[in-house]
Design a protein around this ligand. Structure first.
Ligand SMILES: [Zn+2]
Length: 307
């Protein structure tokens, strides 16, 4: 029986959908909210639905999801349909892996992290790429190693790089290696889950931080092997703290809660974030004039107000 992953749910707008997909590891900060506002603006300005997904396979802190949804609503975002949680969807990920397995694209990997770091590499092998150690183990060798540790599952990739198109970055070519499809603790990694979920939610526009640009070719290649429709990518700049590094909680009052303590309302915070995008201060006004070509090209350095 063929394994089918639903490509487009029946109830998604004909234009498709955009999304925001936070990890519930803590409160959203101004940088996360800015990415969420941009994702909403890109989606709504193109007639798309806007959906939310909670990426809780790795890090989930009690109460964080509810706080994040509350903050997203507080900056004026609305979303369509139900919020999906990745921790509910393991069978769907396993089904996708099974499809790849039936196509002969999956193999077991017994390497530890340090074995991968120390493994001999081809001269031009890109840094961080899996060196292919377990690609061609004999059945006897696999049998022996299964007794030592549970295997991870890896993709038998037929390419070493793949090109995607990004609305802001243009064509972008990046490394594709034999990426992990299932970790040896049984948890599917981000690269697999994100691809399966985007398709399942009818998402055809992915707006997210540009720290994820370099892993996008892997995801797009994986999607192509699963027969999933391509998506439009928009990798937006991360907000920086005053140290010049990516904004983080240690930078001070960077959450709506922290700003509220200083007398700055969610409405003011929203106006501040939209202002950093050269947009007017409310979401409806910003949507009315939103034009990706006019987004500022310089990064935004957020200086938390002092007490
Ligand atoms: Zn291995």
């Amino acid at each position: 029986m063929p394994h089918e992953i639903p490509a487009v749910p029946a109830d998604v707008s004909a234009a498709g959908a955009g999304r925001f997909a936070p990890s519930p590891s803590g409160e959203l900060h101004v940088g996360n909210l800015r990415t969420a506002l941009l994702a909403w603006l890109f989606a709504r300005s193109t007639g798309r639905d806007f959906v939310l997904r909670v990426e809780d396979l790795d890090r989930a802190r009690a109460g964080a999801e509810a706080a994040q949804l509350r903050d997203l609503a507080a900056v004026g975002l609305d979303w369509d349909g139900e919020v999906i949680r990745q921790s509910d969807r393991t069978p769907v990920y396993l089904e996708a892996i099974q499809r790849l397995r039936e196509d002969g694209r999956v193999y077991e990997c017994f390497c530890t992290r340090s074995e991968i770091a120390d493994a001999p590499r081809a001269p031009h092998s890109p840094p961080g790429a899996y060196p292919g150690t377990c690609r061609n183990l004999s059945e006897a060798e696999r049998e022996r190693r299964r007794r030592e540790r549970p295997p991870a599952l890896r993709l038998r990739s037929e390419v070493t790089e793949y090109t995607i198109h990004d609305v802001l970055h243009g064509d972008y070519t990046g490394v594709v290696d034999d990426l992990v499809l299932l970790r040896n603790d049984g948890v599917p990694p981000y690269n697999l889950a994100v691809v399966v979920d985007d398709a399942a939610q009818g998402i055809n526009q992915v707006v997210r931080g540009d720290d994820l640009l370099s892993s996008t070719p892997r995801q797009a290649y994986l999607a192509s092997l699963l027969g999933l429709p391509p998506v439009d990518y928009v990798h937006v700049q991360l907000v920086l703290g005053r140290t010049g590094k990516r904004l983080a909680k240690r930078d001070g009052a960077v959450t709506l809660g922290g700003l509220a303590d200083l007398g700055i309302s969610a409405r003011d915070a929203t106006a501040m974030i939209l202002g950093s995008l050269d947009l007017p201060g409310t979401l409806p006004e910003a949507l009315a004039v939103f034009d990706p070509a006019k987004l500022p090209l310089h990064p935004w350095v957020f200086e938390p107000p002092g007490r």
